[in-house]
Design a protein around this ligand. Structure first.
Ligand code: FCB
Length: 457
């Protein structure tokens, strides 16, 4: 069955600074928590890091030419905070100049720039002062946002404050599997709260610098499927919804925290880090909500057998997901269920109603075992199938009344997949990490056709 998207629906692709840019010590950029983390032995698979990545910093012209060939309406990228305000010091003109060139090139190619202010590269100096555990980091983020928006806002109108605060807080400060690699209970909840505050403060700054900006935040939300009727699995599902969704969607869309947060996390914290007015600040009028989706969440009850009390509270924040015997898993080990995507989008609509702004899908995609043939081509049919099915799932949600305005495929090109290094490949464009040669995959031609016709075969 062929599915038709409306003419005004945006087709885009997404990337993030640390995953593609490289040039980590050039033109005044200073280290971020991901430089530190990836250079710490044992943290990233095969000891890989983003020092060179796709070398996009030097090859952005070639990359924008590929985007033009692909027929993208819009390109979502992130600005590297440690290029623009390195070490939380003075503004670095050379850092801004890189984004000037990129944005000008995009506009000349007829591609709308969509800039994310924070895709996880916190300046290391701020982490040394406590990072997202500290409210001061939210204030510093707002300063940086004002600089970036003030400088680029004459040309960039679509702004995303944060990418996936769940990952920045829970994966980074509780599970320890992302930078800065901490395993704390209260620290992670403080980080989540200060990220919500940072979102609100930055939204205010972007609006005052760019009156005609469209501002949103990108959340990776869980489509929670309860795995059995057991009370333990019911509780796991309730916690998954709380930690994966509600502690982010409620402050941003409703200006509240869910009532049961205090009850569930009473053993970890008294929440005294929440100050009067914080939730009102987090609850800014938004032009859109960015939603990232990759896999269904099937939470299972976690056994609390961790002897170290600090790690035990951290594991209280984690969520483990069930994988069925023999089911297809992506290179990330993630199950595939496009129907869960429709369920998530309709859940948002049911849960927030009129308080839900229009939605952009800001990331969706798959890492699959791309085989490079002798002639250099990659026939990535798994990717074509996955993206086709997920686009149809988006359209199914639109047909149920959810206001969805666009879709950004993750990712334009293969890149540094965080703790998993370079092995999982998510790109429409293959990158040879020895030569840095770019080669469009079969999915590139397929997606070009989708964005040209607005039709998914
Ligand atoms: C998301 C991240 C993005 C990319 C994809 C696969 O969680 O936002 O940078 O790594 O996963």
């Amino acid at each position: 069955m062929t599915v038709q998207f409306p003419a005004e629906f945006t087709f885009g692709a997404a990337t993030a600074s640390y995953q593609i840019e490289g040039a980590v010590a050039e033109d005044g950029r200073r280290p971020s928590i991901w430089d530190t983390y990836s250079h710490t032995p044992g943290r990233v698979a095969r000891g890989e890091n983003g020092d060179v990545a796709c070398d996009h910093y030097h090859r952005f012209g070639e990359d924008v030419a590929l985007m033009k060939q692909l027929g993208l309406d819009s390109y979502r990228f992130s600005l590297a905070w440690p290029r623009i305000k390195p070490d939380d010091g003075p503004v670095n003109a050379a850092g801004l100049a890189f984004y000037d060139k990129l944005v000008d090139e995009l506009l000349a190619a007829g591609i709308e720039p969509a800039a994310t202010l924070y895709h996880w590269d916190l300046p290391q100096t701020l982490e040394d002062r406590g990072g997202w555990r500290e409210r001061d980091t939210a204030e510093r983020f707002a300063e940086y946002a004002a600089v970036a928006a003030g400088h680029l806002g004459d040309r960039v109108k679509k702004w995303i404050t944060l990418n996936e605060p769940f990952c920045s807080s829970i994966l980074g400060y509780a599970d320890g599997v992302h930078a800065p690699g901490a395993q704390e209970g209260e620290g992670a909840l403080k980080a989540a709260h200060h990220l919500m505050l940072a979102h609100g403060l930055a939204t205010q700054q972007v609006r005052s610098a760019v009156p005609d900006a469209q501002v949103g935040i990108t959340l990776n939300l869980a489509s929670v499927q309860q795995v059995s009727d057991s009370p333990a699995d019911a509780e796991a599902a309730r916690r998954n919804l709380l930690i994966g969704n509600l502690i982010f969607t409620d402050p941003v869309l409703a200006g509240t925290y869910p009532d049961h947060a205090r009850e569930v996390w009473a053993p970890i914290t008294d929440f005294s880090f929440i100050q009067d007015g914080d939730l009102a600040t987090s609850h800014q009028p938004l032009d859109f909500l960015g939603v990232n989706f990759y896999f269904p969440s099937r939470p299972k009850a976690v056994a609390h057998n961790e002897p170290d009390p600090a790690k035990r509270v951290a594991s209280d924040l984690g969520v483990e997901s069930v994988v069925h015997d023999g089911e297809y898993l992506t290179e990330m080990g993630w199950p595939v269920d496009a129907g869960a995507f429709t369920d998530l989008l309709t859940w948002l609509q049911d849960a927030y109603g009129d308080a839900l702004p229009p939605i952009y899908i800001t990331e969706n995609g798959i890492a699959c075992p791309d085989v490079v043939r002798e002639d250099g081509s990659v026939d990535d049919q798994d990717r074509i199938r996955y993206v086709g099915d997920h686009l149809k799932a988006v359209k199914a949600a639109m047909d149920k009344g959810v206001d969805i305005r666009g879709y950004y495929l993750w990712s334009l090109m293969d890149n540094f997949e965080w703790a998993r290094g370079y092995q999982p490949r998510f790109g429409l464009v293959h990158v040879d990490y020895d030569t840095l040669k770019r080669t469009p995959k079969a999915s590139f031609d397929w997606y070009r056709n989708v964005s040209a016709t607005h039709e998914v075969p």
